[in-house]
Design a protein around this ligand. Structure first.
Ligand SMILES: Cc1cc2nc3c(=O)[nH]c(=O)nc-3n(C[C@H](O)[C@H](O)[C@H](O)COP(=O)(O)OP(=O)(O)OC[C@H]3O[C@@H](n4cnc5c(N)ncnc54)[C@H](O)[C@@H]3O)c2cc1C
Length: 258
C-alpha cells in the first residue's frame, strides 16, 4: 500500500459525511474513511498552540490542562545558584504530609527548582490543594546522628568553610545559613507555564474514546498521543505512549479493511 506524506499542511476542520469524513486543510480537502487526530499539546510550543482546535470543533470534551514535567517556582529561590546541580532526595509535602519522594539530581533555577526529580513531582501538583512544599535531603545517605557527627567534626576543622568539599562551592556558601541539611523546605508558589513544560496534564477525555482509541461519538475518528488526557513520568513514557497509541490505531484501521 502507498502512503502519501503531505508536509506543511494544517488540518483545519473535520466534517462528518454520510460515509466517512471530509478533512479541510491548508492544502486542500481530503475524503477519508478514517481520521487519526494526533495533534500533540502546546507544551514548550514545539507543536504549536492550537492543538485542541480540531477536537473542540467536534465538541469532544477536553479536561482541564496543567503544565506537567515542568520546573517549580519556590520561595526562597536562589537565582545566584542557577545551573548548580546537587544529588539529593526531593520530597513533595501537602499540608506537611509526604506525597512522594524522588531521588536524583536537583537543578537550581532562576525562580526555583528543576531537574528530573522535581519535574516528576510537578506531575502531582494538580492533585494537591493544601500548603505545598518541597523538602530537600542533601545528605540522604547519612542518618541524622551521622550527619551531626560529620558536620561537627568538619566545623571544628574548617570553621565557616566546613561545607566546601562536600557541596559545590556556591551551594556551600548558601548552605552555611541553613539549619537542617536533611530537610530544607521550599514553599511552592507555582510552576513555569506550558511554554516551559515537557507535557500537558489533561487533554481529550478518555470517556470520549473506546479501548481502540476510536471516538465513541464519531466512528472512524481515532485519537492518539499527547492530545489525549494521558501523561507519564520522565523516562520515555510519553513518547512511548505516542508511538504505541499510533501503532495500535494503525493496526485497528488495517484490520477493518477500509
Ligand atoms: C522539551 C521537551 C522534552 C521532552 N522530553 C521527553 C522525553 O525525554 N521522553 C518522553 O517520553 N517525552 C518527552 N517529551 C514529550 C514528548 O515529546 C511528547 O509527549 C510526544 O512528542 C507527543 O507526541 P505526539 O505525536 O502526541 O505529539 P507531537 O510530537 O507534539 O506532534 C504533534 C504534531 O501535530 C502537528 N499538528 C498540530 N496541530 C495540527 C493541525 N491542525 N494540522 C496538522 N498538524 C498539526 C504539530 O505541528 C506536531 O508536528 C518532551 C517534550 C518536550 C517539549
Amino acid at each position: 500500500d502507498q502512503v502519501a506524506l503531505i508536509e506543511e499542511c494544517q488540518a483545519l476542520k473535520i466534517i462528518k459525511r454520510k460515509n466517512g469524513y471530509l478533512v479541510k486543510s491548508t492544502r486542500g480537502n481530503y475524503e477519508c474513511d478514517n481520521v487519526v487526530i494526533a495533534t500533540g499539546s502546546p507544551a514548550s510550543l514545539l507543536s504549536g498552540k492550537n492543538n485542541y482546535d480540531l477536537v473542540n470543533d467536534l465538541g469532544l470534551k477536553v479536561t482541564d490542562l496543567f503544565p506537567s514535567l515542568v520546573q517549580i517556582k519556590t520561595k526562597p529561590a536562589y537565582p545566584k545558584l542557577k545551573g548548580v546541580r546537587v544529588k539529593c532526595q526531593a520530597s513533595l509535602y501537602n499540608d506537611n504530609e509526604l506525597v512522594e519522594s524522588q531521588t536524583g539530581e536537583v537543578l537550581f533555577s532562576e525562580q526555583g527548582l528543576s531537574g528530573i526529580c522535581i519535574m516528576q513531582l510537578s506531575r502531582l501538583l494538580s492533585k494537591c490543594h493544601g500548603n505545598l512544599e518541597i523538602g530537600l535531603d542533601l545528605l540522604e545517605e547519612f542518618n541524622e546522628s551521622e550527619v551531626n557527627i560529620l558536620l561537627e567534626e568538619r566545623l571544628k576543622k574548617y570553621g565557616n568553610y566546613y561545607l566546601e568539599g562536600i557541596f559545590n562551592d556556591k551551594l556551600a556558601k548558601v548552605l552555611v545559613n541553613v539549619d537542617n541539611l536533611k530537610d530544607i523546605r521550599f514553599k511552592i508558589v507555582g510552576t513555569y507555564d506550558y511554554t516551559k513544560a515537557q507535557v500537558m496534564h489533561g487533554g481529550v477525555s478518555l470517556e470520549e474514546v473506546d479501548e481502540n482509541l476510536e471516538c465513541i461519538k464519531y466512528p472512524g475518528i481515532y485519537i492518539a498521543g499527547e492530545v489525549l488526557d494521558v501523561d507519564g513520568d520522565c523516562g520515555g513514557y510519553n513518547l512511548h505512549f505516542a508511538f504505541a497509541s499510533g501503532y495500535h490505531i494503525a493496526k485497528t484501521i488495517l484490520s477493518k479493511g477500509k
